[in-house]
Design a protein around this ligand. Structure first.
Ligand SMILES: *Cc1c(COP(=O)(O)O)cnc(C)c1O
Length: 382
């Protein structure tokens, strides 16, 4: 900032830019965006917008809720659950890992059994939908058994928000973390968490909960929420906030039900389309009801390598939403990330066509016409 009036030649930058020279975001504007996130989640609880990718509030929630002496049930249905277990152990909590194979979902019965076996459990972490493995878990039923037990319930809903129904209050979720970068079609650098009154009590009573820290939820409560949302504790990331506001606006305009229906259709169409395509391609998640609307995972045919197939498929069309599974899954798993702007019939058909071509090159017999018909029947439209 200059303190004196600029000289004539310094008056304004020569080129204006849509990302630059933005005025600071006001507290009122920030609070209004928070209210829109609360409406998206149909929550009456506090919403804290966190200015970083969703791993920031996820780590913040775990370090706020867990402490030495806690016993945590960590449900592992994909790679994010593994990360949560490591943070929980790092907080000094006793961790009970409930791991289910990535081709399925956890059941409320399995959670109830683990809770009965370990009555000391006071914290439960669960991922709703796993974009990385393509499965989704029955949160409403699981919430009921967690609430009956009395544990604090944290949900990673980054990959489910906008892709399928998400009702933290109705489901008894105490800490519900979302990110804008998947089905919401927004920026990756901003995220949010809804915090129940129960969760605030637990966090305030935890001497190990982060305070005066970027990971601290309590700081936001004390310095922003309890003060009536009048003054922001630090400069808001205005680009990300404006991006978040824009994607919320678009979801409101289209209607949340329409957006989730589009993701459900994309997943159903990809699933039947891949089977009809043939060549040995199979849905990775065995039961359709366990398959996440946000992304569909496919098992590469025996004798092929998923990452090589995806690389071949992307050669002529690098912008298709195809990627091989991460780490050990890179040999077997193909992911179709039909979320956000890619939750379209076009993206699904082009992805299947590209995979079909790659399989054809690998000497497999595929039938793209059958895949096209299956997609059209499953997702009828224009
Ligand atoms: C995408 C995603 C996140 C965010 O992590 P990134 O790897 O940074 O995209 C967190 N949790 C789940 C379940 C996700 O799918």
């Amino acid at each position: 900032m200059t303190c004196r009036p600029p000289a004539e030649s310094e008056e304004s930058p020569t080129v204006t830019h849509p990302f630059l020279d933005l005025p600071p975001l006001t507290a009122a504007h920030f609070a209004a965006i928070e209210r829109r996130v609360a409406a998206l989640l149909a929550t009456e609880e506090d919403v804290v917008i966190t200015q970083g990718e969703a791993l920031l509030p996820l780590e913040g929630c775990i370090r706020s809720g867990a402490r030495p002496g806690s016993t945590a049930l960590n449900v592992v249905t994909g790679p994010y659950g593994q990360t949560f277990g490591n943070w929980l152990r790092d907080c000094g909590a006793e961790v009970v890992d409930l791991t289910v194979p990535f081709h399925t979902a956890v059941t409320a019965g399995q959670v109830a059994e683990a809770l009965a076996e370990h009555p000391a459990i006071d914290f439960v972490s669960l991922v709703h939908a796993e974009a990385a493995t393509g499965n989704t878990n029955p949160v409403a039923e699981i919430g009921e058994v967690v609430r009956a037990h009395g544990a604090l319930f944290m949900l990673d809903a980054v990959a489910s928000v906008g892709a399928e129904p998400l009702l933290p209050d109705a489901w008894g979720v105490d800490l519900c973390v979302i990110g804008a970068q998947k089905a919401m079609g927004g920026p990756a650098g901003v995220s949010a968490v809804s915090v129940s009154a129960r969760a605030w009590e637990r966090i305030a009573a935890n001497p190990a909960a982060p305070r005066r820290s970027y990971l601290s939820l309590l700081d936001w409560k004390e310095r922003w929420i309890d003060g009536g949302r009048k003054a922001l504790p630090h400069a808001p990331a205005q680009l990300e906030m404006l991006g978040l506001e824009a994607c919320l606006e678009r979801i409101e305009e289209d209607g949340l039900d329409t957006v989730t229906a589009r993701h459900a259709s994309a997943a159903a169409a990809t699933r039947v389309g891949a089977v009809a395509l043939g060549g040995g391609l199979e849905p990775y998640v065995l039961q359709a009801r366990d398959a996440a609307p946000v992304a569909t995972t496919l098992r590469a045919p025996a004798g092929t390598d998923a990452s090589a197939l995806v690389a071949r498929a992307l050669e002529p069309a690098p912008s298709l939403p195809l990627i091989a599974g991460g780490g050990a899954l890179s040999k077997d798993m193909i992911r179709v990330n039909h979320y956000g702007a890619d939750a379209t019939r076009d993206a699904v058909l082009s992805s299947l066509a590209a995979l079909g071509a790659a399989l054809g090159d690998a000497g497999r017999r595929v039938d793209f016409e059958a895949a096209r018909r299956a997609v059209a029947e499953t997702w009828p439209g224009l």
